[in-house]
Design a binder for this molecule. Structure first.
Ligand code: FES
Ligand SMILES: [Fe+2]
Length: 388
């Protein structure tokens, strides 16, 4: 990548506003008519060692802990007492909807002997440690110690759960585990991504034998649509046709469906991207939010080791579960619609796992990302700027 581009990357104030839906659709029509697509300026080469080195992974985890990173969608904490507990960059955390309506994020460890208070998802009126029953309010305060007389001099008020800095913005809850200074201002450029009319449909956790960046890279380009998705996405989409935009360290890649053609006959004020294209928002470093017809996926890639990643997927669907009257029917119709994209996602995953195995072949010292894969080059350039 040229020094000019690296220089541009180093300035966060450069974040350009994202195009409107209408501008995106217009640009796709130009690309379709001219048989073109968005192209980056340079080819990026990334050392294979950066996918294999435990030291590099440790640096990447430290970076994730320094930034404000999406932990879960607000819809996963829809009502008081709802919680999500998982590790983030190796740290066990628990996010909970408190009685005052705010989202709190705590280090998931009891103040007695450090046991995790909960796992996975659920709803509780209080957080009760499973080991000896110490009980914390949803605000993290230590409310009850059984047989407290055995702890003379111990101050419950000073020993609530340890809070982690968090921000709830635009329908997403972010944590900045070790964030300092104005790290939260990184979130200013992220548009509100979750529409008001969506509900949580499902939460899925999957462990994959691949480096987290290989998984992320598979979402950031449309150059593989014809070869890899010949029977799934290619018949309904386009090969190698994307619009790539950057905002601060983040990227948005738009992938059109062939249904976009029907908009040519409609006046622009009636244009809608729902069912016409997928937006993939890459929120640096390890989060991807994608739009699909009537639903969205929020994915966090949790690096476990250089060759293992836990993928957390939150599926959100259009429609209020409570107003629909038939929550299961709504959930089922969204899940049925996802079956098709799941097949495509398995194709991506298999290619990524094969790519992980290929790293060990010794064939390549570097991986090469072409002009159509510019968002991946940016990902690596931003990592290089942050980590060195
Ligand atoms: S470790 Fe939690 S109550 Fe003992
Ligand atoms: Fe793909």
């Amino acid at each position: 990548m040229s020094s000019q581009v690296l220089q541009k990357l180093s300035s966060k104030s450069d974040a350009a506003a994202l195009r409107s839906d209408t501008q995106i659709i217009r640009r796709f029509f130009e690309h379709i008519d001219n048989k073109t697509t968005d192209r980056g300026e340079t080819v990026w080469t990334e050392p294979v060692a950066n996918y294999q080195s435990p030291d590099r992974l440790a640096d990447e985890l430290a970076l994730i802990r320094r930034r404000f990173v999406m932990f879960c969608p607000s819809l996963a904490l829809a009502k008081t007492g709802d919680y999500i507990a998982r590790t983030a960059a190796g740290t066990p955390l628990i996010a909970v909807r408190a009685e005052d309506g705010s989202a709190k994020v705590f280090r998931n460890a009891c103040r007695h002997r450090g046991v995790k208070l909960a796992d996975g998802q659920g709803c509780k009126r209080a957080l009760v440690c499973p080991y000896h029953g110490w009980t914390y309010g949803l605000d993290g305060q230590l409310k009850n110690i059984p047989h407290q007389d055995g702890f003379p001099g111990f101050d419950p008020e000073a020993n609530g759960l340890v809070a982690v800095p968090s921000q709830e913005i635009g329908g997403l809850i972010y944590v900045g585990q070790e964030a300092t200074g104005d790290a939260a201002s990184e979130l200013d450029v992220i548009p509100a991504l979750i529409p008001d009319d969506h509900a949580l449909i499902s939460i899925e956790e999957l462990e994959i034998e691949a480096n987290w960046k290989l998984l992320l890279e598979s979402s950031l380009e449309g150059y593989h649509i014809r070869a890899l998705h010949s029977r799934t996405f290619y018949p309904r989409q386009y090969d190698n046709l994307t619009i790539v935009e950057e905002f601060a360290d983040n990227n948005r890649i738009a992938f059109p469906y062939q249904t976009i053609e029907s908009l040519r006959k409609k006046p622009e004020q009636d244009w809608s991207t729902n069912g016409r294209l997928t937006y993939v928002y890459h929120l640096f470093p390890n989060v991807v939010v994608s739009t699909f017809p009537d639903c969205m996926q929020v994915v966090v890639l949790e690096p476990l080791s250089p060759n293992r990643t836990r993928q957390h997927t939150y599926l959100l669907g259009r429609g209020k579960l409570d107003e629909a009257g038939e929550p299961d029917a709504l959930r089922q119709s969204i899940l049925d619609g996802q079956e098709f994209s799941k097949t495509g996602a398995i194709e991506d995953r298999d290619a990524v796992i094969a790519g992980q195995q290929g790293l060990n072949s010794g064939a390549n010292t570097h991986l090469t990302f072409g002009l159509f894969e510019s968002a991946i080059g940016r990902l690596h350039a931003c990592l290089r700027r942050e980590i060195g």
